[in-house]
Ligand binder design. Structure first.
Ligand SMILES: Cc1cc2nc3c(=O)[nH]c(=O)nc-3n(C[C@H](O)[C@H](O)[C@H](O)COP(=O)(O)OP(=O)(O)OC[C@H]3O[C@@H](n4cnc5c(N)ncnc54)[C@H](O)[C@@H]3O)c2cc1C
Length: 128
């Protein structure tokens, strides 16, 4: 993408639970989008946490729209279960959409309605 600008209707900043759920609903409605995430992997923020971390929320309540969490309802996912789930969830979209790593700093975050982005030194740089 060097020296080029790509126009995308919606840029979702952050591919955690909120960003992935938003992406699901955009995809359902046929709206073009891209997710930019600062991490090198979807779910990376979970992988980096301490080894013994287990969610206090049972798996029944950990799923995102369209795909339930793949553990028994009453079990408690580990941080790696969550990271794996998010990564697998992202891979289920019809086409690759995540540009990572792409750290988006202020003021781009304040103008989240970014309508186009071009290359930056660390990935993609949104412009409105
Ligand atoms: C230790 C811990 C345990 C928890 N346990 C539970 C639990 O048991 N049950 C429960 O319901 N909730 C739990 N939570 C809360 C839960 O993690 C959050 O509610 C949820 O992760 C929020 O999702 P999110 O997508 O809003 O944010 P995040 O999961 O934080 O995702 C944000 C994403 O945005 C990316 N990002 C951030 N800044 C930028 C930037 N400037 N540019 C580009 N990308 C960026 C990050 O890399 C990340 O991927 C826990 C949280 C923590 C910290």
């Amino acid at each position: 993408m060097d020296g080029t600008t790509e126009r995308i209707e919606t840029v979702v900043i952050g591919g955690g639970q909120a960003g992935l759920a938003a992406a699901y609903h955009l995809a359902e409605r046929g709206h073009p989008f891209v997710i930019l995430d600062a991490d090198t992997r979807i779910g990376g923020t979970w992988r980096d946490r301490w080894d013994s971390l287990v969610l206090f929320t049972p798996a029944r309540y950990c799923g995102l729209p369209g795909w339930r969490f793949p553990l028994p309802d009453g079990s408690f996912p580990t941080k790696d279960d969550v990271a794996d789930y998010l990564e697998e969830y992202a891979s289920r979209f019809e086409r690759p959409f995540a540009r990572i790593p792409a750290w988006i700093g202020y003021p781009a975050m304040a103008t989240a309605a970014a309508s186009s982005f071009g290359p930056g030194t660390s990935g993609s740089r949104p412009r409105t």
